[in-house]
Design a protein around this ligand. Sequence first.
Ligand code: PDD
Length: 282
Amino acid sequence: MSRIAYINGRYVPQSRAQVAVEDRGYLFSDGVYDVIPVHNGHLSFADRHLDRLDRSLAELRIARPMSRAALLQVAREVLRRNGIRNGGLYIQVTRGVAPRDHKFPKGVAPSLLIMAKRLKAPAPDLLAKGVAVVTMPDQRWARRDIKSISLVANVLAKQAAVEQGAFEAWLVDHDDMVTEGSSTSAWIATAQGELVTRPNGTEILPGITRSVVVEVARELGLTLHLRAFSRAEALAAREAFLTSSSNFVLPITRIDGKPVGDGKPGPIATRLRAAYLTVARS
Ligand code: PDD
């Protein structure tokens, strides 16, 4: 079945969907995006994702392309036309099409693209064995709280991780503190079993999965600290894991080639994954 995308008012076969060469997303990465997880045919945490999209748009002073109700209607239609029950919905808004000139164009409507994709089945032993991460300098811009489509530093980090046989890159700031992954939020559980993840701010994307897992962890009575942790702390952690809309909660069992704890997925990450999925599917 050919995939269908929504682009600027039309549903079109994705392979034939096109944007103008002067779209500012294409020329300047002048746009934002969000990815909403789809569970059992429903958009999970849609309001949180759309609040984040609104915030990203406001920070870049790009107009909302349509009302939230209209956007949700289009989103559901894209899922329906693609027959997607479990996967992710991709929404991208750029400042629109105008002759190339850095300053904002006047009287230009934003461009809206919505696509959906099926969840790819995780590799068989991803969950059983956990994944590896490697640390590297965070070379991104200073406003990582905005979900900008300008992702080249994230792309380079992920590629470097993959070339080292790892699943994800953990990005480290000038003080040797972990910010987040190239497309995931970063967590550890200390030797005392206390959860640590960096507080929201301009250094990281406010992950929606992260926000849900913070709530779930508190409900489970786990001790949680919203603070930055160093690479050294990560290496000494009992457990480590990552969170994102497409990976949920994924145990990390190696950091820079060294085993985390006993080198196996730990009980805290496993419990949080189950609890997160219960909420996401409800
Ligand atoms: N990535 N940090 C970064 C830099 C991200 O790009 C993402 C999401 C996350 C996790 O956020 P959430 O829990 O809201 O998915 C953290 C998306 C999915 C992507 O780029 O495909």
